[in-house]
Structures are given as structure tokens and as C-alpha cells.
Design a protein around this ligand. Structure first.
Ligand code: PMP
Length: 407
């Protein structure tokens, strides 16, 4: 399907009303969370209005309908990820929850003093702190692959650190701060050649590129629904089934058991064994609607549109005197960070807000990366399927005004 921006944008009700200051909204923070199309909002309302019930246990309608919808959503996610039969989908509350699950359930029982875990310098805190805390607990070492002088990951160091003591590699598919895209397929193969399991954080990838779990062949892949036009509170842990089968549950309660006595509990099979309690039913249904929405446009069409928009934005913003785009040569996703001489990103973001332009300023949950790059904070813009060159032009005018104001 051709990318018809007017039709697509019209499906997002948030753009139909002005900001409290009476401006149209230019939303440039989709990397934090995307806006929601009407079909996703409708799917949530439809569930709560028409077939709301808890899943799994009820033998009545609407419980059967809700259970069916929840399991259909799981199938839709598997299809979206081109998931091979070797893997399974566990629903979580988000990327962070999924990574913590893998850290505590998969890695902790395997981690010994002196072992190593490899991550990259550009990881979001969600894919850093859980591994760091595990390493501290076990007396293991966290190895961090730095960026090279070309602005990309230093693959030589990566290769060197895949050693006999490495128990896990955890890496992001796309940097949420720099827009740098990593070759997770090659990096997974390199780790597998040495028998090391790999987790891929696809939180910043799933909304704008095809993510093919079969091709990547990683052991774990995680993402959040809310960054891909779905609701908050739903996430995905797609994992190799034989690993999930062996992983002890780390949350216990209803829904994940087969038989319970006061002395013993037999656990349900995967995936239920890793989904204790009432799961995010509405979230899964909303996520399914988001996937249908994305696939109706087509991931290739989305990728192409957002690549062109990002190139246009970078060109315009770099044309402004005093602006430096960080890591520009390596940007491959619809987001990038920049700094402006003499003006703090928070001041920029505050002024842009007065023009109805939403950008993110700060460390973007990548404080160690900021430190490595020698900046305290950046301004980040990130695009969704509703953004236009008009949004970029508004941003450029407002940035120039901000620089005149502070200049
Ligand atoms: N990883 C990356 C790359 C992210 O961009 C984010 C969200 N900014 C997360 C993990 C955490 O996602 P969530 O807060 O939805 O768990």
C-alpha cells in the first residue's frame, strides 16, 4: 500500500485538537511513546464494552471470548515477528519487565563469580541496570562495548569480549538516543559461534522496520507495545522455547500453575508459566490492533517514509548555525539527538513547547552514554507515521526563534 500521510495522520485523534496554548501539536517524541490511532483506542473500548472478562478460567461467555482474543493477539505477535516454531511469546508489562524476567529467571541461576556479561555503551538503562545488578550480586563482570571512531559499535572489541567466561550478550537493535542501528543478526551469530545466548532489545526497532526473529536467531527479543502505536502496560518477551521451558518462574500466583497443594506446586507449561496473575488482556488486544494497523500500511513503506523524513529533518537542522547533530554519520533510524551551542536542551524543549512542539530533552535513560560522549544532555527528536515535513519546518522555525531568544 502507498504511504498516504494525510489518511494515516487523520487516524490519530490527538492531532485534531490544539494544545492548551492553542497551537497545533507537532509531536516529535515517538521514541518515548507513540500516539495511538483510533483503531487501537476502539479495540480497547470494544473489549471493555463488549466482552470484558478474565481469561483462562471462565467456562462462560464472555470469558471464552476474552481468552480467545488474548491468544489471538499472541498469534498475531508471533506472525509479526516472523517467529519460528522454536520460539514462544510471553506477554509482559513492557520491555523493562521482559528484560528483568530474563535477567532473574535465565541468567541469575547460571551466573558465577568471575563470569562476564556483554552489553553496549548505548544501552537504555532498562538493558543495563538489570545486568549490572546481577553482576554485582554474583561477583560477575559487566563488559561494555564502546562506540568506535566511526560512531558505530566497535566490533573488534565486541569480538574480543566474547570469551569463555561470557554468559550473556544483551544489546539494543536501535539506540534510543542516537538512532544508531546495530547489526544484531551478525552480532548474534558471533555470540552463538561461541555458545553465548543473546537478548535483543527491539523497543526502538519494531515500529519502523521488519523485525525477523527467525533471521536474527536471537534467544530473547523484547519490546513494548506503547512505542509501536499500542497501549501502555503490554510488552513482549519472544524467546527460544527450550530456554523458557527450563527457566524457573520468578513471579508466582494464579494462572501459572497446574496443581497446587500446601506442600508443592506444579507449574503450567510455557508461556503461562511465565505469566503469573491476571495478564494485560486489554493491552494484548490493543497491541494486536496496532500490529494490524502497521501491517495494513506495510513495514517497508513505513521504513522508507520515515527514513526520508529523518534525512530531510537532519539536513534542515544541521543547516542551523550552532547546532550539532550527534553521531550523524551513523543515524539509521527515525530519531536523532542534537546540541545547540550555549543553550541547555531543557530550555530548548520548554520554548518549543510554547509553539506546540513536543521534543525530549535530557539523558534519555542513557546516562553512561552521555558521559562517554561528554555531554550532559541532548535534545532528541523522533518520528512516527503521523509526522510530516511540515512538522520539521515548524521545528526549524521555532529552533531559530529559540536561538535568537537566547542569542
Ligand atoms: N529499551 C529501549 C531501547 C528504549 O528506548 C526503552 C524506552 N525508552 C526501553 C528499553 C524501556 O521501555 P519501557 O519503558 O516501555 O519498558
Amino acid at each position: 500500500m502507498a504511504f498516504d500521510i494525510d489518511t494515516i495522520r487523520a487516524q490519530f485523534p490527538i492531532f485534531q485538537r490544539p494544545t492548551p496554548l492553542g497551537q497545533p501539536l507537532t509531536y516529535l517524541d515517538s521514541a518515548a511513546t507513540s500516539q495511538k490511532p483510533q483503531v487501537v483506542i476502539d479495540a480497547l473500548v470494544d473489549f471493555y464494552q463488549h466482552f470484558n472478562a478474565n481469561i483462562g478460567r471462565g467456562s462462560y461467555w464472555p470469558a471464552s471470548a476474552a481468552t480467545q482474543a488474548y491468544e489471538d493477539a499472541r498469534q498475531q505477535v508471533a506472525h509479526f515477528l516472523r517467529m519460528p516454531g522454536t520460539h514462544a511469546v510471553v506477554f509482559t508489562s513492557g520491555t523493562t519487565d521482559a528484560i528483568n524476567k530474563v535477567a532473574r529467571s535465565f541468567l541469575l541461576p547460571r551466573l558465577r563469580t568471575g563470569d562476564e556479561v556483554v552489553i553496549t555503551e548505548m544501552e537504555h538503562h532498562a538493558n543495563l541496570v538489570p545486568w549490572q545488578q546481577l553482576c554485582l550480586q554474583a561477583g560477575a563482570i559487566l563488559r561494555v562495548v564502546p562506540l568506535g571512531t566511526d560512531g558505530r559499535l566497535d566490533m573488534h572489541t565486541y569480538s574480543q569480549w566474547l570469551g569463555a567466561k561470557t554468559r550473556m550478550v544483551a544489546l539494543t537493535a536501535v539506540s534510543n538516543t542516537l538512532g544508531l542501528v546495530n547489526d544484531v543478526q551478525t552480532m548474534t551469530r558471533m555470540a552463538h559461534d561461541r555458545g553465548i545466548p543473546v537478548l535483543v532489545d527491539a523497543a526502538q526497532a519494531v515500529a519502523h522496520q521488519i523485525v525477523d526473529v527467525g533471521a536474527i536467531d536471537c534467544d530473547f527479543l523484547v519490546f513494548s507495545g506503547h512505542k509501536m502505536y499500542g497501549p501502555t502496560g503490554i510488552g513482549v518477551l519472544c524467546a527460544r522455547k527450550k530456554l523458557l521451558d527450563d527457566m524457573p518462574p520468578v513471579a508466582f500466583g494464579g494462572g501459572m500453575v497446574r496443581h497446587v497443594t500446601f506442600g508443592h506446586t506444579g507449574f503450567a507449561p510455557v508461556p503461562q508459566r511465565h505469566e503469573a496473575g491476571t495478564p494485560p488482556i486489554a493491552g494484548a488486544i490493543g497491541l494486536q490492533a496496532a500490529i494490524v494497523f502497521l501491517e495494513a500500511i506495510g513495514m517497508d513503506a513505513i521504513h522508507q517514509y520515515l527514513s526520508e523524513l529523518t534525512s530531510y529533518a537532519m539536513q534542515q537542522i544541521e543547516g542551523l548555525h550552532g547546532v550539532t547533530v550527534l553521531n550523524r554519520q551513523a543515524v539509521g533510524a527515525p530519531l536523532f539527538s542534537f546540541v545547540i551551542d550555549g543553550i541547555h536542551p531543557h530550555d530548548i524543549a520548554g520554548l518549543l513547547n510554547e509553539s506546540g512542539i513536543a521534543v525530549r530533552a535530557g539523558h534519555h535513560c542513557t546516562q553512561p552514554l552521555m558521559e562517554a560522549m561528554g555531554v550532559a544532555a541532548t535534545t532528541r527528536i523522533s518520528f512516527g507515521v503521523y509526522n510530516t515535513t511540515h512538522d520539521v519546518d515548524r521545528l526549524v522555525v521555532a529552533l531559530q526563534e529559540a536561538m535568537d531568544f537566547f542569542g
